[in-house]
Design a protein around this ligand. Structure first.
Ligand code: TXA
Ligand code: MG
Length: 355
């Protein structure tokens, strides 16, 4: 049975933190909130616990895990030969939603890094995550707390949907702040390479480093990578149960063509009796009246809100029995890049252009 531990996100009960840390110390799995999404944690030095993560998630063993530290000062415990420019990012963004790929220290289990010589590390900014890791006293390996391929969990109930009865405990601290995962940057290369756009826009990283970050096509979600550099990107991700199509525009200043294309696709499906859902924006939502379930992600001017609502909206489509989702695209600027990566992957690269 899965223990559900409710806490105040700002001021969690120390007894709950202690109990969760004890479960981790004994080799159990605990789902916990971070500022991005919920993570499924195991003590990083207990091999059986780490292997259990792969098992319950049904995660391919070649897809490595992120190590979560309570404090940047723990870094020498998991990494070595850290390039000096990494510290610019660490000072600016830790604790926070930036995951750095660094050379792995000997003692990190090879199961955690899936045999790679590099390790993914971050210091989460969520108070519950920090207290939990500090109480355990060692790094916590944690992927997002969803079954492989499903949208990441932004609420404890999403974790329960995927894992009830299969993990030892869930710390429920309500909705997460960013609603999308951390930005992953390989800082062992120069210029650094973006492996996954996330909650920190690359523009902010580029300003801090004073260099353009390399953005491979797989990081935009345009295609899947076969490259060993980003093992996670070759698997289907974030997919709702429903079939999904993404409609992209050349530019997002005039939305008329985009709306027309979305309507055309939706109407065709509806005429065949398919239950349709439309993922759109505040600017366009009123134009789809009567076209099935219409869910706005928020205003196009605020990509933080759009990103924050995305996974919840994808899961709600499933909860409401939608069979076919038509999603609007967004401009690939700031967090828009993160949103487009998730939408392209969620659609299984089923993308059309509005022309
Ligand atoms: O915000 C987040 O990053 C959340 C919270 C829980 O911290 N975690 C998360 O973990 O999103 P996960 O496992 O869902 O995604 C981690 C990604 C995977 O795509 C994996 O392939 C990549 O990080 N990764 C991990 N270690 C790596 C490594 N050594 N080299 C390259 N990619 C790595
Ligand atoms: Mg994940």
């Amino acid at each position: 049975k899965t223990l559900i531990l409710k806490v105040d996100p700002q001021n969690p009960s120390i007894n709950v933190i202690r109990e969760a840390a004890r479960i981790l110390a004994e080799g159990g799995l605990v789902a916990f909130p971070t500022e991005t999404v919920y993570g499924l944690g195991a003590a990083a030095d207990i091999r059986e616990a780490v292997l259990k993560i792969f098992k319950v998630k049904n995660r391919p063993p070649d897809n490595p895990l992120i190590l979560h530290l309570a404090d940047p000062e723990w870094l020498p415990r998991v990494s070595r030969n850290i390039p000096s420019y990494a510290y610019k990012l660490i000072e600016k963004f830790w604790p926070g939603p930036l995951t750095l790929i660094l050379p792995k220290a000997e003692q990190v289990l090879s199961e955690v890094t899936a045999g790679l010589p590099k390790v993914a590390v971050r210091v989460p900014a969520h108070r519950v995550a920090q207290l939990l890791i500090k109480e355990l006293g060692k790094p916590v390996a944690a992927p997002s707390a969803n079954r492989s391929g499903r949208p990441s969990p932004t609420h404890a109930r999403h974790v329960i949907e995927d894992f009830n009865g299969q993990i030892d405990a869930i710390i429920d601290a309500g909705e997460t702040l960013h609603g999308v995962e951390s930005t992953i940057l390989d800082i062992t290369l120069w210029p650094p390479v973006l492996l996954r756009p996330g909650a920190i826009p690359i523009e902010e990283i580029e300003m801090t480093l004073g260099v353009k970050v390399t953005v491979p096509e797989f990081a935009r979600g345009i295609r899947e990578s076969e490259e060993a550099i980003a093992p996670g990107t070759k698997y289907r991700h974030y997919a709702p149960m429903a079939e999904m199509i993404l409609v992209e525009a050349e530019d997002y200043k005039n939305l008329d063509k985009l709306v027309e294309k979305v309507k055309e696709i939706a109407l065709k499906k509806i005429s065949r009796g398919v239950k349709v859902g439309i993922l759109c924006s505040d600017e366009t939502a009123h134009r789809y009246e009567g076209l099935g379930l219409v869910v706005s992600l928020g205003p196009r001017s605020d990509s933080f809100i759009i990103a924050r609502n995305l996974f919840k909206a994808l899961r709600s489509m499933d909860e409401l029995g939608v069979e076919f989702i038509v999603a609007e695209g967004f401009e690939e600027k700031g967090l828009g890049l993160t949103v487009m990566n998730r939408l392209r992957k969620a659609s299984g690269h089923n993308v059309v252009n509005a022309v």
